[in-house]
Ligand binder design. Sequence first.
Ligand SMILES: Nc1ncnc2c1ncn2[C@@H]1O[C@H](COP(=O)(O)OP(=O)(O)O)[C@@H](O)[C@H]1O
Ligand SMILES: [Mg+2]
Length: 417
Amino acid sequence: MALQITTARPDPALLDLPWSTPLEDWPEHHLAALPRGISRHVVRFVKLSGRVLAVKEIKEDIARREYAMLRNLRRLDQPSVEPFGIVSGRIDANGNPLDACLLTRHLKFSLPYRALFSQGLRPGTETRLIDALAVLLVRLHLTGFWWGDVSLSNTLFRRDAGSFAAWLVDAETGELQSSLSDGQRAHDLDIARVNIAGELMDLQAGELLDDAVDPVEISNKIVTRYEELWRELTATEEFDTGERWRVEERIRRLNALGFDVDELAITTDIGGTSISIQPKVVDAGHHSRRLLRLTGLDVGEGQARRLLNDLDSYQAATDRQNDDEELVAHDWLTKIYEPITRRVPRELSGKLEPAELFHEVLEHRWYMAEREQQDVTIERAIEDYVASILPSKPDEVSVVGVDTVEMPVIAQPPSRP
Ligand SMILES: Nc1ncnc2c1ncn2[C@@H]1O[C@H](COP(=O)(O)OP(=O)(O)O)[C@@H](O)[C@H]1O
Ligand SMILES: [Mg+2]
């Protein structure tokens, strides 16, 4: 049988990769040394035509299933890694068959949780990761995806304005249905809780997690955070016809959580004295959609919220409350955001995504102002940040030559009180 390549983006360079060699033995010059999480299968990052792909060696039927699943999740606008292709029909030099490979695009600026923990973290990071995972799980469940192997290892994290956004990386065990029963959701949550507790205990055994942190207590948080969010997004609320403002208020609460209401069911009782409302379709990404519409910037939800706040203060500071929002946004983009993010020297540009950098500069300005007891301009803040903070940050676009478990411990600035 001959080599068979299935991909939505055919790239002839794929043919140059050493498919007749087991993935474990691929020569260094094909590989990109990026932090990688724990896995059952052999996974390697491979350089191909200027991009980086994650290659996972796996049985062909499983590869095809996972490929199709990832494509569906992307179509449903879920945060998952992007499938790139499948290579099957591999044969080694002695004519023996080799397993197939599933190719996904490497998710830029993403970090496996172990890499995060080996960086020396601010207190409470484990809780922020759990929060991000709870949001991801709620989103997946709302679209009818049952994961089956929820864990920190099967999730990638991206910095999102001081918090994290979680992305699904391993869809092997997942199932997509029109909707999930309460029992199925509870099952996934149970798997999550047990896996997370185990993963945190592992970190503790490896002295990467503070002894004061209780793995069981933290892992239970996935359940409470999930349930809180699920309730807010799906529960029916009842009130008197005289309290119609509560419709508006519910929508505002959902927006604050980062969701838009696409469809809201409103019903009244027979006598017409009470109203009940229930969100039917909600879409994540309220702030990032708004920012995208205003400025064309495509960033994380938390980052978007932060940038929108800065845009608001810009509007107030320039006394333009009555101007068109689009016009003010354009000025803010060209006069503030772009010049500031362009101030990063090229050799430091792999440290942080521009939007995350902007967020950090705003934080830094806050510290400086507090220290100096006076207002600090954003221009001074970026200058000081680039000189004193940025050089010591780990390179997150590509941590070259370092494996996850060996990543250096780098001191973080003190957390904001
Ligand atoms: N597209 C990707 N981008 C970034 N990292 C990835 C990607 N695909 C896989 N990885 C890394 O490889 C690890 C293992 O992948 P996973 O699909 O969970 O393999 P397994 O099925 O063997 O558990 C992940 O934890 C992640 O760190
Ligand atoms: Mg996995």
